[in-house]
Ligand binder design. Sequence first.
Ligand code: F6R
Length: 246
Amino acid sequence: MKVIICKDAKEVGACAAAIFAEVMNSRPTTVLGLATGTSPLPLYAKLVEANQAGEIDFSTTITFNLDEYVGLDPDHEQSYRHFMNQNLFDQVNINKKNTHVPNGIADDPDLACMEYEAMMGDVGGVDLQLLGIGSNGHIGFSEPGTSLASRTHVADLTESTIKDNSRLFDNADDVPRQAISMGIGTVLDAEKVVLIANGENKADAIAAALEGPVTCMCPASALQMHPDVTWVIAEDATGGLRHFGK
Ligand code: F6R
């Protein structure tokens, strides 16, 4: 387990971008697992910059996003498909056909989850998985209490996640109550994982995930079981660490 402590969110993005570049430049086709939210924005800006400078190529890259809100059309401004198009896919030389985000408006969401898992299997699994972390320790939308062996599933969002994410919606009531999310078991199957975090509101979750027991009550703690995880954390999110922060 590698822990890198950075000055701030921008440095977290630069550090994670260097890991992405190394993986993407070391193989002809990379399968990336991607996240949305505020944390990846500096990373995606760096990847766009590197792509435009010819330092990394997305032409053969395949991507699978962690999650999508149930009920939001891909064109909805708060959908994760829209977020990915806007912040990464529309700005790099990726073939959109190779980008996958769970279908939040599937007629049969459970079937859509199984198909998503099968698609990842068909391309040989995820090479590099990016994760943020919820203030409650969630990864993807695998909330506290989700089985450590879970696969892609329809997840009920907790009140704390709905509150955290309401900042991006006009009304808290507009935040969807469910999402399709990769499971914890799905994430653990990735060859390499990078978790990024910044902000004081993440300090308790980071401490529980890195230094607490492995428990479904802190889904990110399951990463302690993964053989190749890099935690890239800004100083302001390290306040609860006793061992790794020193
Ligand atoms: C988003 C996702 C979530 C976020 C987490 C942190 O695709 O999977 O687990 O990574 O909620 O969100 P931010 O970065 O907005 O604090």
